[in-house]
Design a protein around this ligand. Structure first.
Ligand code: DQA
Length: 144
């Protein structure tokens, strides 16, 4: 049976491609999603982006209830502040890989801390859109 992976993106990632391309690259979110679908033909992807914290929490719960095999999560700026998202990740069963396009450790001090990282399987930061591919690769081939 093929794996089901949720790719979840938080605030402002809908602007990918037009928002600060020097930092985040020129790929749009749609093109990142297309790259994933092309690279992992055997995987069933669910894609969801929201600028709302509660919508992201609801989607994590839904993925848990549905029994997805893994979650790739770029929480955007909520990475650095959201105890509610951390609690949601901690409460659910599917493995979660935290992804950042930029290297958050090479940027402003307030981006150096991730509230979520301790409850994720791991974190990928600084490899641009390729980080999403790395995360799926781990979830499909390396997490069991
Ligand atoms: C980001 C890094 C965050 O600090 C920032 O707020 C984002 C994007 C990244 O993908 O590099 O919105 O998560």
């Amino acid at each position: 049976m093929s794996a089901t992976i949720l790719v979840l993106d938080g605030p402002n990632l809908n602007l990918l491609g037009e928002r600060d391309p020097e930092t985040y690259g020129t790929d749009t979110l749609a093109s990142v999603q297309a790259q994933l679908a092309a690279k992992f033909g055997g995987v069933r992807f669910e894609f969801f982006q929201s600028n709302w914290e509660g919508a992201l929490i609801d989607r994590l719960h839904q993925a848990h209830r549905a029994g997805v095999d893994g979650i790739v999560f770029n929480p955007g700026a909520l990475t650095h502040t959201s105890v509610a998202l951390r609690d949601a990740v901690e409460a659910i069963t599917p493995p979660v890989v935290e992804v950042h396009l930029s290297n958050i450790y090479g940027r402003e001090d307030f981006r150096h801390h991730s509230v979520l990282a301790p409850v994720c399987s791991g974190q990928i930061s600084g490899f641009g859109a390729f980080g999403y591919l790395l995360a799926v690769s781990f979830l499909v081939h390396g997490s069991s």
